[in-house]
Design a protein around this ligand. Structure first.
Ligand SMILES: CCN(C(=O)c1cnc(C)nc1NCc1ccco1)[C@H]1CCCNC1
Length: 338
């Protein structure tokens, strides 16, 4: 009998409220990796043992060594993925991947070059894409699709909890097959995904305090569990920052910690519901030796058409709103996180 009744939990680590990752293994005997479970992409990649010693980002992370795995199957097809924030290049391999104790035979990428920015800052080794198959590079069947085809999950959904307080343990939870009542209160509100095959919805507006300021004519919101921040079109974000008195410096937008308590809420109108973030949700308060620094967890990002312009709702949104990704009904559900 399945102790988890058709659901599979994976505890996540929370690093400074900006990176959330969980452990998987690849190969026999198991080689362990920390990966981001990322709804904004659909491929699995980890650093390769054969990466160049000059690739600092590769060398400072766990690397997959195919020669040490007796279940490794050679593939060798080229692979590259470009995020807005960085580039990964490598080649494909196949091996047994274990997620939450579930083994799947999976084609994944061994990264032989990782752009230093941003991956030297990554506390995780790689990325496990939880996106739809049609956005998977090289047409590879994603991990969650491989798991669904085993017909062991109670429901064809997965849910994400991100803790807001780094001292919490666990720092978060990925639950395959259902939702975890330990981490949300109230009911779920559901939104249809905007177009087949992407974890994105139609947003009806963004308000600052009581004033509707952006996206009044409707826009696209990507729900991206692999992004730390909320991003919007650069022009909109810079107007938003001016409204709250934030200054842009080389690492992002900052506000004077003394005024944080007076900051307005920012509200996202999604599917007939208002999802508000207060300053506690969108300010990352860092105590540094030269005094406290208050970082606004919004970033400007201009995604070129046809994909953009878009807003990306990342970890700071998900930490406030527990999120269910429903592949059966192509919808996303939000409930208030505890
Ligand atoms: C993983 C690549 N991503 C990052 O935004 C990213 C980059 N670099 C670092 C160091 N961290 C990142 N995300 C940390 C994180 C974990 C959970 C929440 O945010 C994005 C790229 C676009 C698709 N979605 C994922």
């Amino acid at each position: 009998a399945d102790p988890n009744n058709g659901t599979v939990p994976t505890p996540l680590t929370n690093y400074l409220d900006t990176q959330y990752f969980g452990e998987i293994s690849i190969g026999s005997p198991a080689q362990m990796f920390n990966v981001v479970f990322d709804t904004g992409s659909a491929n699995l990649w980890v650093p390769s043992h054969s990466c160049s010693p000059f690739s600092t980002a590769c060398f400072t992370h766990n690397r997959y060594d195919s020669s040490q795995s007796h279940t490794h199957v050679e593939n060798g097809t080229g692979f590259s993925i470009n995020y807005a924030s960085g580039t990964i290049r490598g080649f494909l391999s196949e091996d047994v991947v274990v997620v939450g104790g579930l083994p799947v035979v999976q084609v994944f990428a061994e990264a032989t070059s990782l752009s230093a920015m941003p991956f030297i800052f990554a506390k995780f080794d790689g990325v496990l894409g939880m996106g739809y198959p049609n956005v998977a590079i090289d047409g590879i069947t994603p991990v969650f699709d491989q798991i669904m085809s085993q017909h062991i999950l109670k429901e064809e959904v997965f849910s994400i909890y991100y803790s807001r307080d780094p001292k919490h343990s666990p720092g978060g939870e990925l639950l395959l097959g259902g939702t975890d009542p330990n981490y949300y209160t109230g009911n779920f509100n559901y939104l249809e995904t905007r177009e087949m095959g992407k974890w994105e919805v139609t947003m009806k507006g963004v308000a600052v305090g009581a004033e509707m300021m952006f996206c009044a004519e409707g826009c696209t919101a990507v729900i991206d569990t692999g992004s730390s921040y909320i991003t919007g079109p650069a022009s909109s974000i810079s107007m938003l920052m001016k409204t709250i008195g934030a200054q842009l410096d080389e690492t992002g937008y900052k506000v004077n910690c003394d005024i944080v308590k007076m900051l307005p809420s920012v509200t996202f109108h999604l599917g007939g519901q208002d999802y508000s973030l207060t300053h506690e949700d969108y300010i990352i308060w860092q105590s540094q030796f030269e005094g406290d620094v208050c970082i606004v967890s919004f970033r400007g990002l201009d995604v070129p058409p046809p994909t953009g312009p878009i807003w990306i709702l990342g970890a700071n949104f998900i930490a406030r709103y527990y999120t269910e990704f429903d592949r059966r009904n192509n919808r996303i559900g939000f409930a208030t996180a505890v």
